[in-house]
Design a protein around this ligand. Structure first.
Ligand code: SF4
Ligand code: MG
Length: 322
């Protein structure tokens, strides 16, 4: 039930209900060790905020974050610092996230320095990291501007792996790259996941990339989860009208498969003033009266655990193996 609300400026100084932007508004999901959970939705739906709040780069407004058996939502100080080793982030724009005045060596070894890893170990680790991301030690005295976008993202990945994390939040790691480079970086990330037993939360708006890399997928709309499930099941049989619309826009390679494109009416409402009831009702082609007043809860909609939040999707009973 993770929440991250941001206060908004209000003209009414003493207003009882201070206006807030509910960027993440009661999201619950789990990620298993070694798996990749894709997190999708339009920009502004709260994907990045969810990722950053899980990492505690943002302080959660409410809710719990369980990591390896502990509720880290309230971690502070030294406890939080130690956690930084286990959880890392790869940013969307490798250019903006690398310090232009630091060499590649400085950039990648900096996190190791903070954790008092010896010079000798740092040097060893650096050449291994450069090697696994497909760069050479020969590059280590160079600066970010001397590299291409794809190479810079490899540097960002090497830095994220410097402390042997278990969970890596990938915030649109390839969306700033040329399409021809995207596949290389995705392949690299998959190889590294195998090699280092990494768990990924992969945030993206490109549904083809998410299809390729994810084991499970979660769909967000205006700060809430509207659907979650196994990647194949969800892509083949999306249950929530919003997921259906998103997927209908993905181009298909098969020209004989005539897919009906669902065009959503209207713009994405402001998260500062979301619609009542089902937040999707202003754009949903199937909305009825109940959708404007009652908020649908996430419920199990398939025997294998797919879940969706819509009044008109039938709930499926838990299948008990006896
Ligand atoms: Fe559409 Fe109603 Fe379902 Fe919301 S609850 S997705 S508005 S049909
Ligand atoms: Mg984002």
């Amino acid at each position: 039930n993770l929440k991250k609300h941001f206060p908004l400026k209000s003209k009414k100084l003493f207003a009882k209900d201070k206006p807030v932007l509910k960027a993440v508004d009661g999201v619950s999901f789990s990620v298993q060790s070694g798996e990749t959970l894709g997190l999708v939705g339009e920009s502004g739906c709260g994907k990045s905020t969810t990722g950053r709040t899980i990492l505690k780069l943002l302080e959660p407004t409410d809710g719990d974050i369980h990591f390896k058996g502990e509720n880290i939502a309230t971690f502070r100080g030294e406890k939080l610092r130690k956690l930084r080793k286990d959880m890392q982030i790869i940013f969307q724009d490798p250019y903006a996230s690398l310090n232009p005045r630091k060499t590649i060596e400085q950039t990648i070894t900096e996190p190791m320095k903070i954790f008092n890893i010896t010079k000798e170990e740092r040097t060893k680790k650096l050449s291994r990291l450069l090697d696994v991301v497909g760069l050479s030690s020969y590059h280590k005295q160079r600066y970010p501007h001397e590299f291409s976008g794809g190479q810079r993202q490899r540097i960002g990945i090497a830095r994220a792996l410097a402390l042997d994390p278990e969970l890596v939040i990938c915030d649109e790691p390839v969306s700033a790259l040329d399409v021809s480079i995207q596949a290389q970086v995705i392949n690299l990330m998959e190889e590294l996941q195998e090699e280092f037993n990494l768990t990924y939360i992969f945030i993206a708006h490109d549904l083809s990339v998410v299809h390729h890399i994810s084991d499970r997928v979660a769909v967000m709309y205006l700060g809430e989860l509207v659907e979650i499930g196994d990647v194949h099941e969800l892509y083949q049989n999306p249950k929530h009208p919003y997921t259906q619309a998103l997927l209908s826009a993905v181009p298909e390679a098969n020209p004989h498969h005539d897919k009906q494109r669902i065009i959503l009416s209207g713009d994405l409402p402001s998260p500062a003033n979301p619609p009542q009831g089902c937040k999707f009702h202003t754009r949903c082609p199937f909305a009825e009266a109940i959708c404007r007043t009652e908020e649908p809860q996430l419920k199990k909609v398939s025997a294998t655990g797919q879940m969706a939040a819509c009044h008109f999707v039938e709930e499926v009973e838990e299948v008990v193996n006896s």
